[in-house]
Write a protein that binds this ligand. Structure first.
Ligand code: ZN
Length: 244
């Protein structure tokens, strides 16, 4: 399965030192590394600073699943790239959206919502990730009814999303908020999974449970293209047979 891992990789000045210490190869490098270790994936990785913003057709052709981590600079992503990615999802490419990707135009476009659509604060809070769909492929290999992330940015409801087709995780923050944090949708022939964990100043993507979720999600999202290409909108279907 061909997987492309993309991250903005332009932290805000106050986050830069912590992120570079935790993720010397970038968040995209860390995720690519545990996907490669998992096996079964051909993995490439890129950032917004790469040619074509790391998402050009030359890079994306043949990609079956895109893992997408964005934050503050989503407005700088060429709108044409967003159009192209939306079309790729509708045509069957899987999409795994992580953490602040909820605020991106790509997410809003695919959800039919606005950008920047949840409650948040940075308070070093423990997060309990409840498994709300234990039979779902994305929850396989996790032990117990929940796992905990020792500290992450807190996200909370109301989260302006269409009700997920399957809600796999619900996260409870130490401060009391809850969030529909692991959500599945289909759009066209593509499968989409959003997972909220992973602020750049915490070692969230080093945690085995989180790596398990992302590996499972990539495998699940990559199975969304069983149909051949569209026959074409303009082609007229044969008329119905006559009476009798
Ligand atoms: Zn964040």
């Amino acid at each position: 399965m061909q997987v492309h891992v993309w991250a903005e990789d332009r932290p805000l000045p106050e986050a830069e030192a912590a992120m570079r210490r935790l993720y010397p190869n970038g968040i995209q490098g860390q995720i690519a590394s545990f996907l490669r270790a998992e096996g079964g994936f051909e993995v490439t990785a890129a950032t917004m600073q790469d040619p074509g913003q790391g998402l050009s057709p030359a890079v994306m052709d043949g990609v079956e699943v895109l893992v997408f981590w964005s934050h503050k600079h989503w407005r700088e992503l060429d709108p044409q790239r967003v159009d192209e990615l939306q079309n790729r999802v509708l045509d069957g490419m899987g999409l795994v959206l992580l953490h602040s990707a909820h605020a991106s135009l790509l997410f809003a476009r695919l959800m039919g919502t606005r950008t920047q659509c949840l409650r948040w604060r940075e308070a070093d809070e423990r997060q309990r990730v409840w498994i709300t769909a234990p039979a779902h492929p994305i929850a396989q290999g996790l032990k117990g009814e929940y796992f905990e992330i020792p500290a992450d940015e807190t996200y909370g409801e109301y989260f302006e999303i269409p009700q997920p087709e399957t809600q796999v995780f619900l996260t409870q923050a130490a401060g009391g908020e809850v969030l529909r944090s692991g959500c599945c949708w289909t759009r066209g022939r593509g499968r989409i999974f959003y997972f909220s964990a992973g602020h750049e100043t915490y070692p969230v993507y080093h945690q085995p449970e989180v790596q398990r979720v992302i590996c499972n999600a990539v495998r699940w999202a990559g199975q969304g293209a069983p149909l051949p290409a569209w026959p074409g909108w303009a082609r007229q279907a044969p008329p119905l047979a006559g009476p009798g």
